[in-house]
Ligand binder design. Structure first.
Ligand code: BES
Ligand code: ZN
Ligand code: ZN
Length: 510
């Protein structure tokens, strides 16, 4: 879309953008921007309605007024009563799409009227706007070849009259950059993006932003008893690994009140983030059939989102608390060495699992990370993200991710973060009866319930066997929201990087 988006540009930009509530005039600014009554006439013709994202354009006489912008975009933000700053993500995307057509590169945003009237927080509004532009700007052409003509891309300079709004845009653009990093990882094909390749990305991130990275592979997996990863990954020529990334707060903001950075960090329990990172899910011996396998390169999107969140944490959020991330990375392939239905696996916490379906592999690798995190990291809480079940797509579609969390405090934090990021979560229940549905006649539990009922819930119930009851834990099933099938809002068909901004917001408030 754009080559780069940055704050700045000339004092007199080419385009001025003003917001309009639905079916309302642009009160104060109207006369100033519409001396010839074009806007009024357009409103009478039924244009310039102010519907969300709808753009009406005016062209001031730049000969008569040398300070006037060449184009004014009047953009609708919907009805006044239901206005929320989060809507500005899609509004920004509409403006961005129009700018790609007009090829103008310098814009100034003046939403002050609308924001003042709705008593909205200008900084938060700026963040949403910046996110919208930044997400729209994502380009992934790494694998385009000679047969594709690359479109010419322009730079975009953005300014705002309101300093808080402009600061917000900067923050929003930064968060979009972290999200776009996750999207690019997600888009990387499985012949390139192997578990080892993901480990290399984590190591590079760690080197660039001063985070400690440790990769458990081969013997390390055996020593730590990461039996889920060993089994799920053993049919692939690409070896599985557990990727651990540690962010430690540094000085100033990170140290906490009255403490030195080190003492503060040592005294603090970390937040643990876990991501399912299946670089390809063929289903294993319980092979996926029909069209079910296409797109399974995205079965790593939980891990991609966690890595994107660590990027945001290290670059923009810099929270006061330590954060430890685990990416359980493997390829679920087939060979004569594949794990099979009927195998029994014994975990590090001595829970045994009878494999009844090798396509329910995500929970098997997440179990390793959950046990290890509870036992070794002693976290304040754990959040895991996983493209875990097709069932959650049936239940919630692509509108909400499924949330499983019985801890009231953690749920409140996640709800706040979700409200800020616009990434919606809907709570589903955990109950002993769902755990009972996972009982095995030969081992403790099965990895896939013999009845197909409540699949996302029984998956979460499975995971609960590997979490210390005393540690607050949230599992988020992102199978429905990690990608979109067609262009929508600031996203083009493909990965959304769902969760990066949710997790960033969660840590921002710690
Ligand atoms: N990776 C899939 C879940 C998935 C489905 C993600 C669609 C994204 C889109 C997961 O490993 C899987 O295959 N789950 C099975 C579980 C079943 C065998 C209990 C499913 O949901 O069908
Ligand atoms: Zn699967
Ligand atoms: Zn999977």
């Amino acid at each position: 879309m754009f080559d780069a988006i940055r704050i700045g540009g000339p004092a007199r930009p080419q385009v001025l953008v003003i917001a309009q509530f639905q079916d309302e005039d642009v009160a104060k600014q109207a006369k100033q921007i519409d001396p010839y009554g074009h806007l009024q006439a357009a409103r009478q013709r039924g244009e310039a309605t102010g519907e969300p994202g709808r753009i009406f354009e005016l062209f001031p006489d730049t000969k008569a007024d040398k300070n006037a912008p060449a184009r004014i975009m009047l953009v609708g933000v919907g009805p006044r009563d239901s206005f929320k700053v989060g809507m500005l993500r899609n509004v920004a995307a509409s403006i961005g799409r129009r700018l790609v057509q007009t090829r103008e590169t310098d814009i100034r945003i003046d939403f002050s009227d609308v924001l003042n009237q709705s008593k909205a927080d200008a900084y938060q509004a700026g963040i949403a706007f910046g996110e919208g532009l930044g997400l729209l700007g994502w380009v992934y052409d790494t694998f385009k070849g000679k047969a594709t003509k690359t479109p010419k891309r322009t730079k975009l300079n953005v300014r705002s009259e309101q300093p808080e709004f402009e600061e917000g845009i900067e923050q929003g653009l930064a968060l979009a950059e972290s999200t776009n990093f996750a999207r690019s990882l997600s888009e990387t094909p499985p012949n390139i993006c192997t578990p080892d390749w993901m480990a290399q990305q984590a190591e590079r991130l760690g080197r660039e932003y001063g985070m400690k990275v440790k990769i458990f592979r081969g013997r390390d997996l055996e020593r730590e008893n990461f039996t889920g990863l060993i089994n799920v990954g053993k049919a692939s020529e690409h070896q599985p690994c557990m990727i651990r990334i540690e962010y430690t707060p540094k000085g100033g903001k990170g140290a906490g009140k009255g403490k030195t950075a080190k003492a503060g960090a040592r005294a603090q329990k970390p937040v643990v983030l876990i991501g399912k990172t299946m670089t390809y899910d063929s289903g294993g011996l319980s092979l996926k059939i029909g069209g079910g396998m296409v797109g399974m390169k995205r079965d790593k999107d939980g891990g991609c989102a966690v890595l994107g969140a660590m990027h945001a944490i290290a670059t923009v959020i810099q929270p006061r608390v330590p954060v430890v991330a685990f990416l359980a990375a493997a390829e679920n392939a087939i060979s004569d060495e594949a794990y099979r239905p009927d195998d029994i696996i014994r975990y590090r916490n001595d829970v045994t699992v009878e494999v009844t379906n090798t396509d329910a592999e995500g929970r098997l690798v997440l179990a390793d990370a959950l046990i290890y995190a509870c036992e070794i990291e002693k976290p304040r809480y754990i959040v895991d993200l996983a493209t875990l079940t097709g069932g959650v797509v049936i239940a919630l579609g692509s509108v909400y991710a499924g949330l499983f969390c019985d801890d009231d405090d953690l749920r409140t934090k996640l709800d706040q973060a979700s409200e800020a990021s616009g990434e919606r979560i809907w709570r589903l229940p955990l109950h002993q009866e769902y755990r009972d549905m996972m009982k095995s006649p030969v081992a403790d539990i099965v990895n896939s319930s013999p009845v197909r009922k409540a699949a996302p819930i029984t998956a979460a119930a499975f995971l609960s066997h590997f979490v210390d009851e005393k540690i607050p834990w949230a599992h988020i099933d992102i199978a429905g929201v990690h990608a979109v099938e067609s262009d929508s809002g600031p996203f083009i068909k493909g990965p959304t990087g769902w969760g990066v901004r949710l997790l960033a917001n969660l840590l921002e408030n710690e």
